[in-house]
Unconditional design. Structure first.
Length: 154
């Protein structure tokens, strides 16, 4: 959950488990809500994150906002299943989500941070792919920095 000051709202992202691939090919599609206060999330309906009516993020979400972007700035969401990030530069409008590749790995519980003094820089922390846990592989902790401006232009 993150405070999104440019539209005076809060945004949590969460898994909405359906348990089958009926939601754009994923078991745990991701939804978000927008509300003036975290105490009012119960009053707002869940909004699915779907890109081009065919791609949905899946599991282990993180959300941040950055001052980079248009009038409403940029909401950024990361998930565990792939190397991409999802962005919205339209104040959380349901039909304005975009998907961008990054150089970061697809890792379970991939944290993301928008750096205060370098709002164009998105920092992604990753450790281990969830499906590899039982393999006892030595997976190093990695940190990757990507430019929000660069990924939005590519």
């Amino acid at each position: 959950m993150v405070a999104y000051p440019h539209i005076d709202k809060w945004i949590p992202v969460y898994e909405f488990p359906v348990g089958n691939f009926s939601s754009h090919g994923v078991n745990y599609p991701d939804d978000y809500r927008l509300a003036k206060s975290p105490l009012d999330f119960r009053l707002s309906g869940g909004l699915p994150i779907v890109i081009n009516d065919k791609i949905a993020p899946n599991v282990s979400l993180y959300v941040v906002w950055s001052s980079v972007g248009r009038l409403n700035r940029t909401i950024v969401i990361s998930n565990a299943d792939n190397k991409v990030v999802y962005t919205n530069r339209a104040g959380g409008a349901i039909d304005k989500w975009k998907i961008y590749d990054t150089t970061a790995g697809a890792m379970y519980s991939r944290s993301i941070y928008s750096l205060n003094k370098h709002q164009d820089s998105l920092l992604l922390f990753e450790r281990k792919i969830f499906n590899d846990t039982g393999l006892h592989l030595l997976t190093l902790f990695t940190a990757t920095v990507v430019s929000l401006t660069d990924i939005a232009e590519n």
